[in-house]
Design a protein around this ligand. Structure first.
Ligand code: NDP
Ligand code: 8X3
Length: 253
């Protein structure tokens, strides 16, 4: 029976899904969140039957404060001893300049990537403080280190998460809580399909001519971060495909 508890936001696809798969095999019971309830149910059944862990699925839209608070506060007492929070749920919506971008896309990104992360952390971090232990991993991006044209708000949200994480690290240090940011370059997940509203051809072009990172690569990186000795924290980790040297420079064959 697994011993530790992790909460992963956005576990129905991509990085969150692969991380759930790996942590289930590495001593974690998991609280898994997302809007797509059916996917959460399938994942729960798979992980419990294959790896003998316990899964507590939570189906809510992280943009909606009341929904997020209600879902997280409904977590049973025995599940509140959360050792690890992975703030992963996020998206890019559209790729357009400030003068013509869709304002609703901006709101979706800010509400999910920044406000959703804050709502979640606001509820879970006091539980960690009470136990004087915990680890919070925030998934930022190369877009949190550089800004690229037509990505002002996505880049802005990831820069915001990087800044918020730095303050969190200082605030939570006295309680022995580690805060890590992981900033990936291009990862082949549903990310681009979501960004381009289901346009598979356009999404595929993002990863054309080079080998992108996979969700599994990021899951393994998370496991590396978690496997450091108790006195060591990886503050910030930038991980890129070999054929990507910046947010905009790719070696496409
Ligand atoms: P995916 O689209 O594959 O997965 C995104 C996950 O976030 C899904 O599980 C989705 O669940 C969840 N999510 C999105 N919006 C909401 C919402 N409103 N409420 C609840 N859950 C939500 O993308 P990735 O796995 O690639 O993205 C994970 C994180 O990694 C994001 O923060 C992204 O910004 C970041 N990232 C991604 C990179 C990439 O190239 N792919 C690179 C750098 C960072 P559901 O739809 O079921 O709600
Ligand atoms: C996702 C990577 O460069 O497409 O965060 O914004 S990028």
């Amino acid at each position: 029976m697994n011993q530790k508890i992790a909460l992963i936001t956005g576990a129905t696809a991509g990085i969150g899904y692969e991380t759930a798969l790996l942590l289930a095999q590495n001593n974690y019971n998991l609280i898994l969140t997302g809007r797509r309830k059916e996917r959460l149910t399938v994942l729960k059944n798979k992980l419990e039957s294959e790896f003998g862990c316990k899964i507590h699925p939570l189906n809510f839209d992280i943009r909606v404060k009341a929904e997020t608070e209600a879902a997280l506060n409904s977590i049973p007492e025995e599940w509140k001893a959360i050792d690890l929070l992975i703030n992963n749920a996020g998206l890019a919506a559209g790729l357009a300049p400030v003068n013509s971008a869709d304002v609703d896309d901006w709101e979706a990104m800010i509400d999910t990537n920044v406000k959703g992360l804050l709502y979640t952390t606001r509820i879970v971090s006091p539980w960690m403080i009470e136990r004087r232990t915990g680890h919070i991993i925030n998934i930022t991006s190369i877009a949190g280190k550089e800004s690229y044209p037509n990505g002002s708000v996505y880049c802005g949200t990831k820069h915001a998460v990087a800044a918020i994480s730095k303050s969190m690290r200082i605030e939570l240090m006295p309680f022995g809580i580690k805060v890590t940011t992981i900033a990936p370059g291009a990862v082949d997940t549903e990310f681009s399909l979501v960004r381009f509203r289901g346009d598979q051809e356009r999404a595929d072009q993002v990863y054309n001519g080079f080998t992108p990172l996979s969700g599994k690569d990021i899951a393994e990186t998370i496991l590396f971060v978690l496997s450091r000795p108790a006195h060591v924290n990886i503050d910030d980790l930038l991980i890129m495909p070999v054929d990507q040297a910046s947010a905009r420079d790719f070696n496409r064959k």
